[in-house]
Write a protein of this length. Structure first.
Ligand code: NOJ
Length: 599
């Protein structure tokens, strides 16, 4: 396997709106990030991925860009950005930008031009189609009669396809000026860019060079697997109880996506020493190789979605059904083995689109600290580059705002309205799924201390702070040697000291066990045994007989090892279960242990 700096790194994701506000306007900003660089350096991370900071009307908090070459006013200026880049680099931290080029904002100059007329030079930067009217016969398809019919009707026709947008409703928006529809796979203020157009692709590559020449170290590419659309624009399947069709087979890993990425690689990426990660909803492990295969010359890694989509149902993630640990292990193992020696995994439990890891996969009440550490152990010990989402290192939790008015996320708001208006659902039920799966769970501000507004802002925060900030905050964590923060610091340090954590090959043990997630990592003459209890019960672990070793050492454990050792000694004079016995031991609720074996 090829060695690479980005394989050995740990990434920390910043959602700038909610990270640190330096000027009291209630919104996080670049100067706020600069203030906290030492905090990040101290944690030990290598790369900072910053969610979009470009000019944007903020329909989707910056994922709707109106100028790719400028900084959002809320966040500061280009000078602030240069200072951030310099101060990060001075500390040996790299900066990964978010590249959002499946779509732009409808307030981007290109789109403003594009919608003006059918012969505007920017028309083809976006995807425009006529509406369809299933009642008209072929004759009416002819341009002049089509126009005539539309004019005489004075109303819009049906959208060109039945596709549903990712943020609810139709994926097409009718535009009065030219009487055509444009495609928006997300909100109607996020028109999809037309990658079939070579000129558009060239603009994107030039813009990437613009940032790379400033010295940025890589890109996280937003829904990059959607950029090539199947030009047949066929109808999506309408699932039971749904109004719109699922058009994903026409745009997930579309026919030209690899051609486009190779072109991007040749024109841009290959000219620098970068880290790249593509967001890849809907992509399975078989196809992932085509994106990240070491010989493919496309991307370094993907964010796969299968493990965070676990528990999905008729209403996608909002169904939030129960799931089994064996399923979760199955998914992650499939990715570990599927890319072994061929590509590279990114490892994450949460980000700005997902609920908080400890609330989703752990226990955010009685065992918040233990389960947060356990999840960190499990993730950081797998093969791949780990991503920490801001606040994960503090064990920040989900929120449950009483009223829909307190929610800010367009996905949540659209879903709520769609459910009320089109499906007549009960508001309480809708809120319940929002509590479990809504994106605002991750977007409440960072909890820096126990002062007003958690030390995030001196003004009014743009979104409510989680009420638990007095107990959960970074000041508390930094003052407590047993905190999740210091545990993460240790995990990161271990990665730097032990090549096996980066490069060791992964094997699942006890695949059927519904409480324990255990696996080994093997590298040269060493083996790691990683054992994680995903339940709030005490469970017994037994090492499979085929794992032999000469020597063993406990590398890390999420219950305080020394204290526990003493307790064990008091209890049974050292004869009972303790950290020294690896063949068979009891795991406490959410306990995690990692042993390193000489084999
Ligand atoms: C994925 C991003 O992570 C999400 O926040 C955004 O809403 C969509 N892509 C659209 O850009």
């Amino acid at each position: 396997m090829k060695k690479a700096w980005w394989k050995e790194s740990v990434v920390y994701q910043i959602y700038p709106r909610s990270f640190m506000d330096s000027n009291g306007d209630g919104v996080g900003d670049l100067k706020g990030i600069i203030q906290k660089l030492d905090y990040l350096k101290n944690l030990g991370i290598d790369i900072i991925w910053i969610s979009p900071i470009y000019k944007s009307p903020n329909d989707d908090n910056g994922y709707d860009i109106s100028d790719y070459r400028d900084i959002m006013d809320d966040f500061g200026t280009m000078d602030d950005f240069h200072q951030l880049l310099k101060e990060a680099h001075d500390r040996g931290l790299k900066i990964m930008m978010d590249l959002v080029v499946n779509h732009s904002s409808d307030e981007h100059y290109w789109f403003k031009e594009s919608r003006k007329s059918k012969d505007n030079p920017y028309r083809d930067y976006y995807i425009w189609k006529k509406g369809k009217d299933s009642l008209i016969d072929e004759l009416y398809q002819k341009e002049y009669i089509y126009e005539e019919k539309q004019l005489s009707k004075g109303i819009e026709l049906e959208p060109p396809t039945n596709w549903e947008a990712c943020f609810s409703g139709s994926a097409w928006q009718y535009d009065e000026a030219t009487k055509e529809y444009y495609l928006h796979l997300f909100s109607k203020k996020q028109p999809d860019l037309n990658w079939e157009n070579e000129k558009l692709r060239k603009e994107v590559y030039d813009m990437m060079h613009f940032w790379l020449k400033k010295g940025v170290d890589g890109f996280r590419m937003d829904v990059i697997t959607f950029i090539s659309k199947d030009q047949s624009y066929g109808e999506g399947i309408i699932r039971e109880g749904k109004k719109y069709g699922d058009g994903s087979r026409f745009y997930v890993s579309g026919p030209r996506v690899h051609e486009f990425l190779r072109e991007m690689n040749e024109e841009v990426l290959s000219k620098y020493n970068l880290v790249t990660v593509g967001e890849a909803p809907g992509v399975g492990v078989e196809d992932a190789y085509n994106y990240v295969g070491e010989d493919r010359e496309e991307l370094n890694m993907l964010f796969q979605f299968e493990h965070v989509e676990i528990g999905g149902g008729e209403k996608g993630k909002w169904s939030n059904k129960p799931w089994k640990l064996s399923e979760l292990k199955g998914i992650l193992t499939k990715w570990q083995k599927g890319l072994e020696n061929k590509g590279w995994n990114s490892l994450y439990w949460n980000n700005h689109d997902q609920p908080r890891a400890v609330s989703r996969f752990g226990n955010d009440k009685e065992f918040r600290i233990e389960s947060a550490k356990m999840l960190g152990t499990c993730l950081h010990m797998m093969q791949g580059t780990p991503y920490i989402y801001q606040g994960e290192e503090l064990g920040m939790t989900n929120v449950a705002f009483e009223s829909i008015e307190d929610y800010k996320d367009i996905e949540i708001i659209n879903y709520y309205n769609e459910e009320i208006n089109n499906y007549g659902s009960d508001a309480k039920d809708i809120l319940k799924s929002i509590y479990a799966r809504g994106r605002d769970n991750a977007r409440t501000p960072m909890q820096w201390d126990d002062s007003e507004n958690a030390g995030f802002t001196k003004g009014n925060p743009w979104i409510n702070i989680n009420e638990n900030y007095k107990e959960i905050n970074s000041k508390e964590s930094l003052n407590n040697q047993d905190s999740i923060y210091y545990y993460y610091q240790k995990l990161i340090k271990l990665r730097k000291e032990n090549k096996i954590i980066v490069y060791g090959s992964y094997d699942l043990i006890l695949p059927e066990h519904e409480k324990i997630f255990a696996f080994t990592r093997t590298f040269e003459n060493q083996k790691l045994v990683v054992v994680c209890n995903f339940s709030c019960e005490q469970v017994e672990f037994e090492l499979p007989e085929n794992i032999n070793y000469k020597e063993k050492n406990l590398l890390i454990q999420n219950y305080n090892a020394n204290k526990e050792k003493e307790k064990e000694k008091d209890k049974d004079n050292g004869n009972g279960e303790n950290q020294d016995c690896i063949e068979k031991f009891e795991l406490k609720p959410y306990e995690a242990r990692v042993y390193i074996l000489e084999i």
